[in-house]
Write a protein that binds this ligand. Structure first.
Ligand code: MYR
Length: 279
């Protein structure tokens, strides 16, 4: 059985890595003043963070269902199945788009997978699936492995300014929480597919230290982990954090990634996250 792996742009897997593993990418878009830009194609993260300073705040949109249908129809010429891995269905309609498109095409079995997360943590699922697909592992077995990964996947992130998440309506229970959260730097995470505060922490440094404690609680078991530091236009700070973490956790492989235009619209510049899973 030949299985294709599809993910969306919010996994922010660099093009070279996608090409190396044969991962297909379907883009979400940012919309500035009625102009639509497909991220990773029409606008890079670097261009976005420049643009956002000069223009009205953008909005975002999921890929049109027709794009999923067109991609799945193209893939059916070469593959028997598709695993389509997407950002959490609690924050975007993208996963549901893949489900609907899968129902519309005949001739290829489509397995949509809700990562219940986003960014490179979602990318971890796509890379794992691609590696197994290349070995000829059956799509259903690949899905079992992804479900197993879900048990150890963790991700925490912090934003500089909560108003982006509030404006985009992606912070759950926002009305009740926002007043008490604006004075602090809440550490955020996903629960039941939605973004919720994990803990209220007063400063960015304290939030980062708390994430390190959470990683230690898992990784101090000595088992092999893979982690990713994700930043919204804060590469120098992220690199510094990466080298600190590498010296603290020799059993963890650390990658560096970024929040691109779509996720950056909802989190705002300066956001930082750390995600990991047991290899
Ligand atoms: C859409 O318009 O469908 C896209 C909506 C994207 C919402 C993004 C909300 C922030 C996600 C943060 C992910 C952090 C992962 C570590």
């Amino acid at each position: 059985m030949k299985t294709a792996v599809v993910t969306d742009s919010t996994a922010y897997i660099p093009k070279e890595l996608r090409e190396k593993w044969g991962i297909y990418m379907i883009p979400l878009s940012v919309i500035f003043d009625h102009e639509t830009y497909r991220e990773e194609i029409d606008i890079s993260a670097e261009e976005f963070y420049k643009e956002v300073k000069q223009r009205e705040l953008p909005s975002t949109s999921m890929p049109p269902i027709g794009e999923f249908v067109a991609l799945f129809e193209k893939l059916m010429k070469e593959y028997d199945a598709v695993i389509s891995i997407h950002l959490s269905s609690g924050i975007s309609g993208t996963f549901q788009g893949a489900v609907s498109a899968g129902d519309m095409v005949d001739g290829i079995k489509v397995y949509p997978f809700d990562s219940e997360i986003s960014a490179m943590v979602q990318g971890f699922y796509a890379l794992e699936a691609a590696e197994l697909a290349e070995q000829g592992v059956h799509a259903e077995e690949i899905l079992e492995r992804l479900k197993e990964m879900k048990r150890s996947i963790r991700a925490y992130f912090m934003v500089d300014d909560l108003s982006h998440l509030q404006r985009g309506g992606r912070l759950s229970n926002a009305q009740a929480l926002i007043g008490s959260l604006l004075q602090v730097k809440p550490l955020l995470h996903f629960q039941d597919k939605k973004i919720v505060p994990f803990e209220k922490v007063r400063t960015r440094k304290k939030a980062m230290n708390r994430v390190v404690e959470l990683l230690a609680a898992d990784a101090n078991s000595g088992e092999e982990y893979r982690a990713v530091i994700i930043h919204a236009n804060r590469e120098a700070e992220a690199l510094e954090w990466k080298s600190e973490l590498e010296s603290l956790f020799p059993n963890v492989e650390f990658l560096l990634s970024y929040f691109g235009p779509v996720i950056g619209t909802h989190l705002g510049e300066g956001s930082m996250g750390l995600g990991w899973y047991k290899k």
